[in-house]
Design a binder for this molecule. Structure first.
Ligand code: NAD
Length: 502
């Protein structure tokens, strides 16, 4: 660990157990065994507030993938996991949730140090969301069932359906909410009796490696959960084509998702894609301006804008436009830019130098195309990958900053005159992940909701997420859902059983 990171951890009083975890050699977890780096390549893990090296992680080889898939396959095909009584599976998942809860502070510190995100937000959102997800899906393990059916065929039959787990699930996740997005996929897969091979993003594998220690401590059988740290274009791509994997569940960019999807479908794998977004927000003229401005700012600047369903395009009814933008700027001014471990941090650094430069280059594109920066507009000239929260006005629908996902703290805004215009602007995107409306006119809001082409619609709030509600997009934001009972359908096959009575 670089001295600059060590000093950072000490300055903010990071717990001893967190430091111990961060400094010990990182190993992959295959078939219940810890696999050291050996002669594999490694990749340095950078702390985004200081840009110092925390540790390094092994880069899995395709032979590692074969071993992980074989372990998951063996456990699924013949091991105890699938045959466990549902209440026993439920109990183990609750035990894992307890362990996550007991270790929540450490997990939040790991997530903050690895991703750069606010430690307070990591505890309240990422880690709490992970615990809640395991508890929610634990309960489902004992509530899965098929149907008995009265058929119309001549003769006597008993006809019923069985729900059976799909098999080995390959889990590929991004770096913005590493533990939480992994939990969404893994908790549901385990609840129905699947086994998993997880590949976290190469930038942010640490919380998943700590998680899997807790999986082992919970007594979940060997081979049920396997973790490979490695590069997406090598191990991720190899997962998509691996014949021993029955389903790929992928969260990440639309570009990579498209490639993964092509490969997976080529092998007739089951597939869930949770992809990018550029979610619209409509602020209607009757909205409560102050509270809408706060919620809109939180909806884009939370996690430094590295949120798939961030409210990134804001359309404001012309009569309140200037007043609303004024309130938005005033509130944004109060959001503290600080290192992730600072408990008052709201705007944390971005995850990497690459991401900071990418976002800064979008801001330049916006200026060049004629949009006006009314707040922020620069990467900060100090250690860490910080970019100021940035608000653009005078944005047109053909601008790159309006059409493309920036994945940083950049908000584009434009006025509209009537709700039909607002709807056209909102739906004018290849993405369809989420949308938000700020208004107190319930009649109008209820008329707008069905016309918005988005998988989630938030009214007078943004990114309200609960394990009981499905999460996922329309259009190029993907298909299949995470969370809610809907997700279970994407992890089970329906088997039709016919018994002829004589
Ligand atoms: P990414 O697509 O670059 O990477 C996602 C994962 O795919 C990583 O684990 C990466 O290693 C792996 N990967 C990369 N190339 C691969 C390949 N050729 N084959 C297989 N796997 C490969 O995305 P990112 O930059 O890590 O995350 C940001 C993106 O994720 C944004 O577009 C964001 O909108 C999206 N996202 C979507 C959701 C959602 O639920 N819809 C949630 C979070 C993030």
């Amino acid at each position: 660990m670089d001295a600059v990171v060590q000093n950072y951890l000490e300055k903010f009083g990071v717990r001893e157990e967190t430091q111990r975890f961060l400094t010990k050699p990182k190993k992959m977890f295959i078939g219940g065994a810890w696999v050291p780096q050996g002669d594999r390549q490694s990749c340095a893990v950078i702390e985004p507030s200081t840009t110092g090296v925390i540790t390094d992680i092994p880069m899995a080889t395709t032979a590692d993938l074969d071993r992980a898939v074989e372990a998951a396959r063996r456990q699924f095909d013949g091991g105890p996991w699938r045959k466990l009584k549902p209440l026993e599976r439920e109990r183990l998942l609750h035990r894992l949730a307890d362990l996550l809860e007991w270790n929540a502070t450490e997990l939040a510190e790991i997530e903050s140090i690895d991703v750069g995100k606010s430690v307070a937000q990591a505890r309240d959102v990422d880690i709490q969301g992970t615990i809640d997800t395991f508890r929610y899906f634990a309960g489902w393990a004992s509530k899965l069932h098929g149907r008995t059916v009265e058929t119309s065929l001549p003769g006597d039959y008993v006809a019923y359906t069985r729900k059976e787990p799909i098999g080995v699930v390959g889990v590929i996740v991004p770096w913005n909410f590493p533990l939480q997005t992994m939990a969404w996929k893994v908790a549901a897969a385990l609840a129905v009796g699947c086994t998993v091979v997880i590949k976290p993003a190469e930038l942010t594998s640490l919380s998943t490696l700590r998680f899997v220690e807790l999986v082992q401590e919970a007594g979940i059988p060997d081979g049920v959960v396997n973790v490979l740290t490695g590069r997406g274009r090598e191990i991720g791509a190899a997962m998509a084509s691996h014949p021993g994997i029955d389903k790929i569940t992928f969260t990440g960019s639309t570009e990579v998702g498209r490639t993964v999807g092509h490969t997976a479908v080529g092998g007739i794998k089951r597939l869930t894609l949770e992809l990018g977004g550029k979610s619209p927000v409509l602020v209607l003229e009757d909205a409560d301006i102050e509270s809408a401005a706060q919620a809109v700012a939180n909806g884009i600047f939370f996690n430094a804008g590295q949120v798939c369903d961030a409210g990134a395009r804001v359309y404001v009814q012309r009569r309140i436009h200037d007043k609303f933008i004024g309130a938005l700027i005033e509130y944004t001014r109060t959001l503290k830019i600080a290192p992730g471990l600072d408990r008052d941090c709201f705007i944390s650094p971005l995850v990497s130098a690459l991401q900071r430069d990418r976002v800064a280059s979008y801001i330049e594109d916006g200026r060049r195309e004629g949009a006006e920066v009314v707040y922020g507009g620069h990467a900060l000239d100090r250690a860490g990958y910080f970019v100021e929260p940035t608000i653009f006005t005078h944005c047109r629908s053909d601008m790159k900053i309006v059409r493309e996902e920036i994945f940083g703290p950049v908000l584009v805004t434009a006025p509209f005159d009537n709700v039909d215009d607002a709807l056209s602007l909102a739906n004018d995107s290849r993405y369809g992940l989420a949308a938000a409306i700020y208004s107190n006119d319930l009649n109008l809001v209820n008329r707008l909701i069905p016309q918005l082409r988005a998988g989630m619609v938030y009214v007078n709030a943004h990114s309200t997420i609960d394990p009981s509600m499905p999460f996922g997009g329309f259009k190029e934001s993907g298909f299949g859902k995470d969370l809610g009972p809907e997700q279970l359908d994407h992890l089970m096959e329906s088997k039709a059983v016919w018994i002829t009575l004589r």
